[in-house]
Write a protein that binds this ligand. Structure first.
Ligand code: PLP
Length: 453
């Protein structure tokens, strides 16, 4: 039981929790964290946890990277805050925009800053609505996304998110259309090949555009690998099948790289890993290695040119946040990009990804693991009651939550998502730390499967 003055009791007394199973918190208490070292965090009792969640996918350089801390301190000393309104912006903002276009898959482009991934998606939607109106197509307002997608929590980005829990808010808003999740193992029909599955999803897109009318659709948003949907890489050939359809109908393809961007899939962008060039990229999280709240919309050349022309026509883009392009965030992002790309972090992801997969393949031999899936440093194991029929466990058993809780007790943080357990550690993970992660995970799997079998 929590003591009246314990950190755990104080947390529950005064804080509202986001995305948290409260009965579990009441029973188990809150993990109140004080600091970190490398990929580990420490709680108020001095207990150490290997955070195989990288915080929320974002602390890719670990929790105490000196270079990032020094970059933040130096910028706080130099110029601790500014905005990007009224024809003014910081030198750091100028440099970061140049850098983001340089490392993007685009030959040229333009960048707009936000405080979060949700706001970056909202901003992109508003930009598309603004653009289509300026081009004389004000009816182009509908947004296409997929079931299981996660694009954020603001009213618009939550409407794009394809999760039933948004019903509690009366969302999605009208005009947000969700298509089939491209997860072949789970949604492929009996006897359907992966190629046939992809062809079916392409037909669904064609049919949806025909039904709604291409001239009512503003854009299509997709994560290269769905993250919070349970780490779901696209079925093979998915983006190659849908992009020509979108192009034919003049519908921009927006790649939400909030998780996939900057090395998580092994390359700078998830769209590189899955071999497509979108019309715009949404970035956040890894952009600052989690050291500052920041998001960015990166427009490719076509959208950049068209949005610029639309802005010129009315002389202003009436949108922006007080902290858009914050100089400290920009200085940290410049350092984070350098750290990931030039200090061997992306290399480490590629070097250890085969070892990661080998461990998962071994664990997936257990009778209650239905599938392992992922790429780079983002993977999931999906639990099933019956492997041949892929039948899930009864939801009331909360199997993935039990696995994650057992891991926490063993000093490993991993995330339950649906019936899956997700592993997305910081890119600095060593072989020994990977062995520790899999050793603890296997102990937890064996314990929980023995309980529920
Ligand atoms: N897009 C994706 C793909 C995400 O995974 C997330 C957050 O997890 C978001 C958008 C929302 O970002 P934020 O939580 O910074 O608003």
């Amino acid at each position: 039981m929590n003591q009246p003055q314990s950190w755990e009791a104080r947390a529950e007394e005064y804080s509202l929790y986001g995305f948290t199973d409260m009965p579990s918190v009441h029973q188990r208490g809150t993990v109140v964290v004080t600091h970190g070292e490398g990929p580990y965090v420490f709680d108020v009792h001095g207990r150490r946890y290997l955070d195989a969640n990288s915080g929320l996918w974002n602390m890719v350089a670990g929790f105490d990277h000196r270079g990032l801390i020094e970059a933040a301190k130096a910028q706080y000393e130099r110029f601790p805050g500014y905005h990007a309104f009224f024809g003014r912006m910081s030198d750091q903002t100028v440099m970061l925009s140049e850098k983001l276009v340089e490392v993007s898959p685009f030959a040229s482009g333009k960048v707009f800053y936000t405080n979060s991934g949700s706001e970056a998606n909202d901003t992109m939607v508003k930009m598309l609505w603004f653009l289509h109106r300026a081009e004389g197509k004000p009816q182009r307002r509908k947004i296409l996304t997929r079931w299981n997608a996660y694009h954020g929590v603001t009213a618009v980005s939550a409407s794009m998110t394809g999760k039933p829990y948004n019903e509690v808010f009366g969302l999605p808003l009208p005009g947000f259309i969700h298509l089939t999740c491209p997860h072949y193992w789970r949604f492929g029909e009996a006897g359907e090949t992966e190629a046939q599955f992809v062809a079916r999803l392409a037909r669904e897109l064609e049919d949806t555009i025909a039904r709604e009318g291409a001239d009512t659709i503003a854009g299509f948003f997709a994560e290269p690998v769905m993250g919070a949907g349970g780490v779901i890489p696209p079925a093979r050939g998915y983006f190659q099948a849908i992009q020509p359809i979108l192009r034919k109908h003049g519908i921009p393809l927006i790649s939400d790289e909030v998780i996939c961007g900057f090395g998580r899939t092994g390359q700078t962008w998830g769209c590189e890993t899955y071999d497509f060039i979108p019309d715009a990229i949404i970035s956040s999280k890894n952009l600052t290695a989690g050291f500052f709240p920041m998001g960015a919309v990166i427009l490719g050349p076509d959208l950049a040119g068209r949005v610029e022309a639309a802005v010129e026509a009315i002389e202003e883009f009436p949108h922006g946040f007080t902290a858009s392009g914050h100089p400290v965030g920009c200085a940290i992002a410049l350092k984070a990009i350098d750290v990931v790309m030039n200090e061997g972090l992306a290399e480490n992801v590629n070097r250890l990804a085969p070892r990661f997969e080998e461990n998962l393949r071994r664990l997936a031999e257990k009778p209650n693991i239905g599938e392992y899936r992922g790429v780079g440093f983002m993977w999931a194991l999906e639990a099933v009651r019956d492997k041949p029929t892929k039948t899930p466990f009864d939801a009331t058993l909360s199997v993935s939550e039990r696995i994650a809780n057992t891991c926490t007790d063993l000093g490993l943080i991993c995330r339950p998502l649906g019936q899956s357990v997700v592993l997305c550690p910081p890119f600095i993970l060593t072989e020994a730390q990977m062995d520790e992660m899999f050793g603890k995970l296997e102990q937890a799997l064996d314990k929980v499967f023995a309980e529920v079998a």
